[in-house]
Write a protein that binds this ligand. Sequence first.
Ligand SMILES: Nc1nc2c(c(=O)[nH]1)N[C@H]1C(S)=C(S)[C@@H](COP(=O)(O)OP(=O)(O)OC[C@H]3O[C@@H](n4cnc5c(=O)[nH]c(N)nc54)[C@H](O)[C@@H]3O)O[C@H]1N2
Ligand SMILES: Nc1nc2c(c(=O)[nH]1)N[C@H]1C(S)=C(S)[C@@H](COP(=O)(O)OP(=O)(O)OC[C@H]3O[C@@H](n4cnc5c(=O)[nH]c(N)nc54)[C@H](O)[C@@H]3O)O[C@H]1N2
Ligand code: SF4
Ligand SMILES: [Mo]
Length: 764
Amino acid sequence: MDQPKNRLISILGPEEFTGIKITAPKAYAAGLPAIKVALDHAMKEMGIKRSVATLSKLNQKDGIDCPGCAWPDPAKRSSLGEFCENGVKAIAEEATTKRVDPSFFAQHSISEMSHWSDYEIGKSGRITAPVILSPDQTHYESITWENAFKVIADHLQALSSPDEAVFYTSGRSSNEAAFLYGLFARAFGTNNMPDCSNMCHESSGVGLGETLGIGKGSVTLEDMYHAEVVMVMGQNPGTNHPRMLSALEKCKANGGKIIAVNPLEEAGLIRFKNPQEVKGLVGGGVSLTDIFLQVKINQDVALIKLIVKKMAKLDAVSGDVFDHDFIHKYTEGYAEMMEDLERYDEQELLNLTGLDEEKVDAVVSLLAKKQRIIICWAMGLTQHKNGVDNIKACVNLLLLKGSIGKKGAGTCPVRGHSNVQGDRTVGITHHVSPKLNASFKKVFGFDPPKKQGLDVVNCIKAMHEGKAKVFVALGGNFLSAASDTLYTGEALQNCDLTVSISTKLNRTHLVPGRTSLILPTLGRTEMDTHSGRERVVTVENSMGRVHQSHGRLQPASDHLMSEPGIVSQMAQAYFTSSSTIDWKGLGEDYDLIREKISAVFEGFEQYSERSKGGGFDLPNHARHGDFSSMPGGKARFSICSLPDHQLTGAKFLLMTIRSHDQFNTTIYGLNDRYRGIYNERRVVLINPKDAEELGLKKSDQVDLVSRYNGQERKARKFLIVPYNIPRGNLAAYFPETNVLIPNDQYADKSNTPISKSIEVDLVF
Ligand SMILES: Nc1nc2c(c(=O)[nH]1)N[C@H]1C(S)=C(S)[C@@H](COP(=O)(O)OP(=O)(O)OC[C@H]3O[C@@H](n4cnc5c(=O)[nH]c(N)nc54)[C@H](O)[C@@H]3O)O[C@H]1N2
Ligand SMILES: Nc1nc2c(c(=O)[nH]1)N[C@H]1C(S)=C(S)[C@@H](COP(=O)(O)OP(=O)(O)OC[C@H]3O[C@@H](n4cnc5c(=O)[nH]c(N)nc54)[C@H](O)[C@@H]3O)O[C@H]1N2
Ligand code: SF4
Ligand SMILES: [Mo]
């Protein structure tokens, strides 16, 4: 790595404590404290006028789509505000009145800023103008937009192959921006389109695609209300999808039961005080979970195998526990899957899960009697070596019950970023599909590249090895989001050029390639106008509904460009006059982009028109019990593998999770209120008995160490928090712990990093 010596960057940032306070974890989510905290954030960042302007329009039909998570909006929106505490934090973070302008960059070198915490970096404010870090320079400096695009075009021209460039996308970009960006990458000549989904729900996409023929969930919000049972697996909705709790509340009011499967008894899974209802504010709230299974980390396949084995015994007697008509008519692979189960011993499976048998039996007798079952899941299932098999095991269970393709039943991978699903739908993918290529060719007249592109882990490797030299990011914070922070940092610094299209400053900007550009862009909350006309963008939520988002605020600066505008100008600078695509027109008029999207992809007919109001649903065959897109025309049972965690001989399995005060790598604050941990992020949650065995007490200091392939990786300085977590398991926050995950440790088939089951030891 030949990074200029004078840059002296700290890739990891400070490893310092901020002053921990620990209380008992909370026994309920939301309620009045959530409103108070939300308002505090709003007032501190935005002030009263901007708070009212944004929050009154948040998630309303003519309003701003929340830039937080991808949870869908109900048909009828609450007049008390259709948003949650963390939605307000997401808005406040973007609509902040603080600014990072060229004088800020003149004042602070990248070396200085790289020693700030992620919290301090993020709180600096919104970036106001394009800046460049030239080779051997220590400070970013102003650059005109025109020159910035020329720098990019020159670097792209200089590559010996288009595959030396990488185009990363984070899931906050609109459909319009993502489509244009994917079009540019293809027209330029590469499928190197890694995206945040690679680190997130890729295992869901692969698992669902291979079993049901569609990589998305099958349920609608209405289905949630009508389910008899909702299983919430590996997900912390009270923090990460708070309005999901309102849907669970409705499900319960209709007589539904909730089963939660999680190593942690998360507050949002226990009790919910709905802040959108008066009774939720003054009353004791509703209890949500009927049966809580405190499973050990990464033993969900063992649990489902055990449940299925026990149900099979009941079915052998009554014949009506499994839906045999459904299995016969709509599925294949049933006999093989059942035969494989015989290899497993019930007691051994039970031991692996660490659960009480009575609890598992309670789940089995509940599921045995019900037909309308939904399984919801998030990162607790996807981010393991056998992440894809976790998803397939869930599908097995649903197929046995005939719980797909009917009202109140189905699959529900709960997506993270507000438009991560839309970005994938409109063409952000490193996979090659001959059908999609043909469609692009028909609409745009060029041959898209046929070579498989690089995903996140493979592009990091390529950059590290000098095989990829230009890195462009449409949003996100690649350095901190990816695994193996030091290795990823070296990979980025190896690039000739790194380009970040961003709203706010983050650590990726401070660990730059030889030349680095930051291109500031409009956020969701801001008005996007062209020639005096308001432009709207569209997004797709976690349940496949596409709708509009209208920015409301004056942009953070007069020098911002919209994301489609930036992509269009980048393309114009690169292609000069040699392209048959009307880049200029597309960058100016989003209706034109939508026309092209509807020409390339199915289900977007009359796109602009239908996206108004509540929007429209994209086609979803699995939702209707149609599996004709599967090779055999039927849904597939799978044989799923148990994890094998004897690789490194470490004592603990660590899951890297989110606190209540962060959105991925954006740190809103230092509190994890529901877990009772305040003012500190460098903590490790451990079972009190494990702590005692090691002679460790509350607030003792330890290092976390992983040893894969003989290489030691260390996350330094963490404080012990004895917590209700299974023995042998640990939890700590991401991104501080990403340094422990080797870039080559990821899920089979999906390449999703093993962020939830890292083998580590505590060293002290
Ligand atoms: N406020 C806020 N909202 C967000 C985000 C955010 O950072 N902040 N991020 C967004 C994004 S991009 C995403 S992907 C989602 C993430 O949403 P989640 O997946 O809910 O987020 P995590 O904090 O990663 O939590 C994973 C949960 O899985 C559990 N878990 C871990 N390992 C296992 C396991 O092996 N088995 C089981 N059964 N459970 C396990 C953990 O205890 C935890 O409750 O949230 C989105 N929404
Ligand atoms: N160890 C560990 N690692 C993980 C995870 C984990 O659970 N554990 N989770 C993974 C998951 S699920 C995900 S999705 C990834 C997240 O990976 P990313 O999506 O790359 O990361 P974010 O932190 O969401 O990105 C935040 C940055 O996006 C920029 N931004 C915000 N809004 C906008 C916008 O409207 N437009 C543009 N252009 N930029 C914007 C801001 O500059 C901000 O700093 O991290 C992954 N990494
Ligand atoms: S649940 Fe998600 S989308 Fe809805 S307001 Fe909260 S953060 Fe925003
Ligand atoms: Mo995510």
